[in-house]
Design a binder for this molecule. Sequence first.
Ligand SMILES: O=c1[nH]c(=O)c2ncn([C@@H]3O[C@H](COP(=O)(O)OP(=O)(O)OP(=O)(O)O)[C@@H](O)[C@H]3O)c2[nH]1
Ligand SMILES: [Mg+2]
Length: 201
Amino acid sequence: MKELMIATKNKGKVNEFKELFSSRGINVKSLLDYPEIDDIEETGSTFAENAIIKAEAISKLLKLPVIADDSGLSIDYLDGRPGVYSARYAGEQKNDLANTAMVLVELKDVPSEKRTARFHCALAIAIPEEKTYVVEGTCEGQITEAPRGENGFGYDPVFYVVEEGKTMAELPKDVKNKISHRAKALVKMDKLLNELEVSGK
Ligand SMILES: O=c1[nH]c(=O)c2ncn([C@@H]3O[C@H](COP(=O)(O)OP(=O)(O)OP(=O)(O)O)[C@@H](O)[C@H]3O)c2[nH]1
Ligand SMILES: [Mg+2]
């Protein structure tokens, strides 16, 4: 089986990448397999910049082709926040429940038509001694007034997907893995990997 390294310590992302890549016959390794590697500082101002920073840093360290994911939620009423600060919105401890609660407080009494939002995912692949490539995917939705559902991670319980009539956390994982920002970016990455033939090296 082929193998790919994903430069993340986020368990929710790792689970999704394992599901998404297993159907492609690719085994996923992540930074959860390398606890000695410290977090890479995300100093970029866009998802794409941060994905490149993470992919290049880990690729340099491991001397392997490495994919990194930088993702988050942009809420129109909050001028795009939490954006690249999605993981740390309520503090450096990166607490999903606290982040979600903060967003709900900021949107208190905001009517449903003004609660539009989208998830973004930038995936970068850094190849040693070669270029770094980036692809992106988005998923449109609305922020609910209270969390609903047990699946997924992060802001999924408050992210309502209008076409499905459910929050991301109420959707079965195979449905999220078809419609999500990450799934859409991965379809583009898949094409790229086929062209570059890097998976498995
Ligand atoms: O409800 C959600 N469904 C998703 O599908 C999703 N994808 C990302 N996010 C949120 O955005 C932050 C990313 O920040 P982020 O890309 O910096 O990741 P991270 O710091 O957790 O891990 P790493 O990959 O950097 O190691 C995460 O913490 C999540 O809160 C999501 N929320
Ligand atoms: Mg991060």
